[in-house]
Design a protein around this ligand. Structure first.
Ligand code: C2E
Ligand code: MG
Ligand code: MG
Ligand code: MG
Length: 279
């Protein structure tokens, strides 16, 4: 579009930047009262075991319904919450809400469900974060076996020594850890050995073309083999087509998550979805 605008491109960019800055300001202001006004909810997206074809896990994904902006993507507001320090209270709200809902699912008969919660870098720098998780588990009478915490490469790298200690303490508690968005950003293979991950989540960008491009498939195959050798499990993100799904099954990918098998959904819908899966 910028190319088409040609000589006018300067003029067409300026108002966009202004609009973006204004939007970000609206987000900052809105976020500061969003918790108090109860504007957050958690959606859950199913994770399917490729061998049994059953739902074995759920990823909790935050949703913000802003009165001014409507639904705002977490990809947009989470970085702003991190920059402004608001992530601390939002992150704690997410953990509380996810643990509460997980406990309900366990009590409703989904005893083995594993619910994954995304962490931000700031949470992994709180010296007492593992203690906070222990406290929340106890408070909700939830077993650590039902909880997985997702860490992106960026998150863990941020302050690796301290983060590593926290990760070890978390595993000691009995919760699982995933490395999220694997294959994007700062993929350091040495980190796979240093951090006690149970799961590798292959980023959607690496899954996208596997059914059309042999080399893309080979990369994914290699990650799966690597995970096998390290005793880790692989979850493929963003699985949208049957072709991707069957190829991933063939490659021995342990779990899939994506629109093909279920979009992120609110809890009422999730309960219907889980009940269907039981039959
Ligand atoms: P993520 O953790 O990698 O989550 C997966 C994202 O991919 C979700 O976007 C999900 O809706 C989307 N997705 C799942 N399957 C498909 C698919 O088949 N196709 C496509 N195109 N997309 C798919 P969402 O919910 O918008 O979240 C975006 C990111 O925001 C997350 O990426 C995560 O990094 C962050 N986030 C979400 N919830 C939280 C949270 O509670 N705390 C923190 N710190 N970050 C969160
Ligand atoms: Mg995630
Ligand atoms: Mg991810
Ligand atoms: Mg991702």
């Amino acid at each position: 579009a910028a190319k088409q605008a040609g000589r006018n491109q300067y003029y067409s960019y300026t108002p966009n930047l202004k609009a973006m800055a204004e939007r970000n300001l609206t987000i900052v202001n809105g976020l500061s009262t969003a918790l108090a006004k109860n504007e957050f909810t958690l959606y859950y997206q199913p994770q399917i075991d490729t061998r049994t074809n059953r739902i074995v896990g759920l990823e909790a994904l935050i949703r913000w319904n802003s009165p001014e902006l409507g639904f705002v993507s977490p990809a947009q507001f989470i970085p702003i919450a991190e920059d402004t320090g608001m992530i601390k209270s939002i992150g704690d709200w997410v953990l509380n809400a996810a643990f509460k809902q997980t406990k309900q699912l366990v009590d409703e008969g989904y005893a083995d469900i594993l619910v994954s919660v995304n962490l931000s870098a700031h949470q992994l720098r709180e010296p007492l974060f593992a203690e906070r998780i222990a406290e929340l588990l106890q408070q909700h009478e939830l077993s650590p076996r039902n909880v997985c915490l997702e860490i992106t490469e960026r998150t863990a790298i941020f302050d690796s020594k301290k983060s590593l200690e926290i990760c070890r303490a978390l595993v000691e508690l009995g919760v699982s850890l995933s490395i999220d968005d694997f294959g994007t950003g700062f993929s350091s293979l040495s980190m796979l050995n240093r951090f006690p991950f149970t799961y590798i989540k292959i980023d959607r960008s690496l899954i996208q073309d596997i059914a059309m491009n042999v080399n893309e498939a080979k990369v994914v195959q290699t990650i799966i083999e690597l995970a096998d050798r390290l005793g880790m499990k692989v979850i493929a993100e963003g699985v949208e087509t049957e072709q991707q799904f069957s190829l991933l099954c063939k490659l021995g990918c342990h779990e899939v998550q994506g629109y093909l098998r279920g979009r992120p959904m609110p809890t009422e819908q999730l309960k219907v979805f889980l009940a269907d899966d039981k039959h």
